[in-house]
Design a protein around this ligand. Structure first.
Ligand code: PEP
Ligand code: MG
Length: 578
């Protein structure tokens, strides 16, 4: 058994056979071959070795021509390794005696070699590990004959272990069969993480290199509550997790009884709990949990995995579906927040995409696309209580430009006789320090504000939300972030404008008391967390929350704040403390 610590990004526990995807997206299967297929499989291996050898020779010749012998030598070393009789004997034995498939034998043998190189403390030998991995990939490419196994077409339950999953790969995971996933890289605020939460798939990211330690078919536990990945768990651990799963089920059943009850504090202050969604089908998750509306619909997910740019009708159909299902309850549609890691663009700024052309900046630069979306939003505005929100607003000029485009699109629709709500509420996200520092000015020009703590944290602390190397720094409970939240909430209160928090922080039960204590009365959260957040709301009083918040604001760092909040939550609802 091996226990690995990563970053917990989507709660719940998954147990099942591993499906391993390496960093080129190759699926490494554990597959045994029938006894009478052994000779044929050995031939396949022969062919793959031969083809891989020919590829390396071609590369060697090309590099030799351009750069000379010194650089071509690395390919000679690859060839030597590939054709090493000891390796061949090992592979043969695995296929003949253990009936491994050639793919499985190759990944098993070469990963073991790579591991040995990796564990020796020498940068030269660590580099050799990369050579071994390179040979493994070349052989697998030749054996598998195609680049990427479709994660969307599974036929049995699996836990996916991958170097990385992009937000769109995550969004396309087959929810029937993927029980959970863990990745080597990725940070706490990545979009991959929030898609996992939206899909309600337990997930752990940023585990560090571990794929060489696991094979397809191994039993794996992914503990999305504690950020653990357990390879080949022993009986005791399995029993422990089975027990936990049972407890979890009981707790969920108890919380489900709160569905029809209001999120009202013990001293009768109403807290509006809204849901965050990425896809129309998630509306169901919100309604099941008794959400009072949708506080954030991330429409950029219409683009992810789409073969062509969504046209007005694609936008409209998605929005209409959400509006119809919500039956008059408020729905905040956020205009596309593309760019950065959600969708990359080849531009000069792409070297630093988070600070580049993303979100509203991209929309304002790409007006036809922006207008298409706004037309669809306006058309859907007659179907219920629709509100529009602009993401990543940083300057007043940007906000005014976005509103001008909206006014212009309204005029077009008016002329064409297309009905829409000409009193459409327009809000903005506060997710840059600039937006918060000038929130008094911004709030004069919008109907509501939503604090995006995922980005606000990354921009305040200069810590990439999807980079595990700075995950320790990236914390929404950092005192600097909390001061900004408090500032925005106080300003909105003074100006009488509605404000909420819609970043991942708002659905984290650790922060509910604090957020209420800071004055928030609306939270837009991942649907799965509504029951627990509601439970906390119904247990506390506002003065109690205010006194906790006051103490939090006097603490020095995020670690102390988290441990204090954990203790406070433990006092009232110990079962909700992770
Ligand atoms: C945020 O930044 O907190 C937010 C809600 O937006 P996203 O996570 O989509 O960037
Ligand atoms: Mg954001």
């Amino acid at each position: 058994m091996q226990k690995l610590q990563g970053i917990a990004v989507s709660p719940g526990v998954a147990m099942g056979e591993a499906l391993v995807m390496d960093n080129e997206g190759f699926r490494i299967p554990r597959r045994f071959v029938a006894r009478d297929a052994v000779e044929h499989e050995l031939e396949r291996l022969d062919e793959a070795i031969h083809a891989a050898g020919a590829e390396i020779e071609r590369n060697r010749a090309a590099v030799f021509r351009e750069l000379g012998d010194q650089y071509a030598a690395v390919f000679s070393a690859h060839l030597q390794m590939l054709r090493d009789p000891a390796l061949r004997n090992e592979l043969d034995a695995m296929i003949r005696e253990r009936h491994y498939s050639p793919e499985y034998a190759v990944s098993r043998a070469l990963r073991r070699y790579a591991k040995v190189f990796q564990t020796i403390e020498s940068s030269y030998l660590a580099e050799r590990a990369n050579d071994v991995i390179d040979i493994e990939k070349r052989l697998l490419r030749n054996l598998l004959g195609r680049r990427r196994e479709e994660l969307a077409h599974l036929i049995s339950p699996v836990t996916v272990l991958a170097h990385n999953l992009t937000p769109s790969e995550t969004a396309n995971l087959d929810r029937e069969f993927v029980r959970g996933f863990a990745t080597e890289i990725g940070g706490p605020g990545s979009h991959t993480a929030l898609v996992a939460e939206g899909l309600e798939i337990p997930a752990v990211v940023g585990v560090g290199p571990f794929l060489t330690d696991v094979s397809g078919g191994d039993l794996v536990i992914i503990d999305g509550d504690h950020g653990l990945v357990i390879l080949q768990p022993d009986e005791e651990t399995i029993a422990h997790y089975r027990y936990e799963a049972e407890q979890h089920k009981n707790r969920a059943a108890q919380l489900a009884t709160l569905r029809e009850l209001p999120a009202e504090t013990a001293d009768k202050v109403h807290i509006e709990l809204l849901g965050n969604i990425e896809f129309p089908h998630e509306v169901e998750h919100c309604l099941e949990r008794g959400a009072e509306g949708i506080g954030l619909y991330r429409t950029e997910f219409l683009y992810l995995g789409a073969e062509a740019e969504p046209d007005e009708e694609v936008h409209y159909q998605a929005y209409a579906k959400v509006m119809e299902q919500m039956q008059g309850k408020p729905v905040v549609i956020r205009s596309c927040d593309l760019g950065a890691e959600k969708l990359t663009f080849d531009s000069e700024a792409a070297r630093n995409p988070t600070l580049g052309l993303r979100s509203i900046r991209l929309s304002l630069k790409n007006l036809p696309t922006f207008r298409t979306q706004l037309r669809a939003v306006l058309r859907a505005s007659v179907l219920g209580d629709l509100r529009l929100m602009f993401p990543l607003i940083t300057t007043q000029l940007e906000l005014r430009q976005a509103k001008m485009v909206l006014a212009d699109v309204m005029e077009d629709l008016d002329e064409a006789g297309v009905p829409f709500n000409d009193n459409l509420p327009v809000g903005m996200m506060a997710e840059t320090p600039a937006a918060v520092l000038l929130s008094d000015r911004f709030l004069e020009e919008v109907d509501f504000m939503s604090i995006g703590t995922n980005d606000l944290t990354q921009y305040t602390l200069a810590a990439d939300r999807s980079n595990k190397e700075v995950a320790g720094l990236y914390s929404s409970s950092d005192p600097a972030v909390l001061r900004l939240i408090r500032m925005a909430v106080e300003t909105a209160g003074r100006l009488g404008k509605p404000i909420n928090v819609c970043g991942q922080m708002s659905g984290n039960t650790l922060y509910t008391i604090l957020l209420l204590g800071l004055g928030l009365r609306r939270l837009s959260v991942t649907p799965g967390s509504i029951p627990e957040v509601k439970k906390i709301c119904r247990t506390v009083t506002i003065p109690q929350c205010e006194s906790v918040a006051e103490h939090v604001m006097s603490l020095e760092n995020s670690r102390d704040i988290k441990s204090y909040l954990r203790e406070e939550l433990k006092k009232i609802l110990p079962e909700l403390v992770p």
